[in-house]
Design a protein. Structure first.
Length: 224
């Protein structure tokens, strides 16, 4: 586990630089790289910073850790946010962007279609942390947290829109790097639980990324 605490105004640029470093490393080692994105306000600023860095996006496949079951142009769509913050600002072939089809009426089919697209191991997975310690759309107590075979599942969250698709624990455990972004005093307690409490991912899902790289502002790190 690596912990970087920096001012909230510097966090997006610092995190973007680390994402770029890890992707560049993967490109050098394997000739291609994979990145999975999170939703949320801190990730959005990080993607905007990432768009300004020199990367060969023609060799980088971009995935999503979760998605709301809404159309791609809906205000709640993680894809729509990533498109505005990142994809519209870089030169990336459309076939390199792998969107979860949250708008499909058959959510099980949508999950299986996405499972088929995922690589065996993602190089970089960007994760947020909720005030309830959820990450992706893996919420405390969810049955999906006990999943060991399926890699994407339809899930139901406690906040609207509740119907979602999410990667499962095997995807996060297999990732070469999980990069967690946390800012604000509301994240202090879940960060403390994630990094200091005994591991219990069913009650504290973000512990799936406990061994990852954590970018925190002083408020989010204040209980450590």
């Amino acid at each position: 586990m690596e912990r970087i605490v920096c001012d909230s105004k510097d966090l997006p640029a610092r995190a973007a630089a680390r994402i770029a470093l890890e992707l560049t490393r993967a490109l050098g080692e394997r000739g291609r790289a994979s990145l999975a994105l999170a939703g949320g306000t801190t990730p959005k600023a990080t993607y905007e910073a990432l768009a300004g860095l020199p990367l060969d996006w023609s060799s980088i496949d971009v995935f999503f850790g979760d998605e709301r079951c809404v159309p791609a142009d809906h205000a709640d769509s993680n894809y729509r946010m990533a498109k505005a913050a990142l994809f519209d600002r870089i030169q990336i072939p459309s076939e390199r962007v792998h969107r979860m089809q949250g708008e499909l009426a058959d959510r099980e089919q949508a999950a299986r279609l996405y499972e088929a697209q995922l690589p065996d191991r993602l190089d970089v997975v960007v994760l947020g942390i909720g005030e309830d310690a959820h990450t992706a759309s893996l919420f405390p107590g969810a049955a999906a947290l006990r999943e060991e075979a399926r890699r994407v599942l339809p899930v139901t969250g406690p906040k609207p829109p509740p119907e979602r698709l999410s990667v499962t624990p095997p995807v996060l455990r297999a990732a070469r790097v999980c990069l967690v972004l946390g800012s604000g005093a509301g994240k202090a307690e879940p960060v403390r639980r994630a990094l200091l409490d005994p591991v219990d991912v069913v009650s504290t899902p973000i512990q799936l990324a406990r061994d990852g790289v954590w970018f925190l502002d002083p408020a989010a790190a204040s209980a450590l």
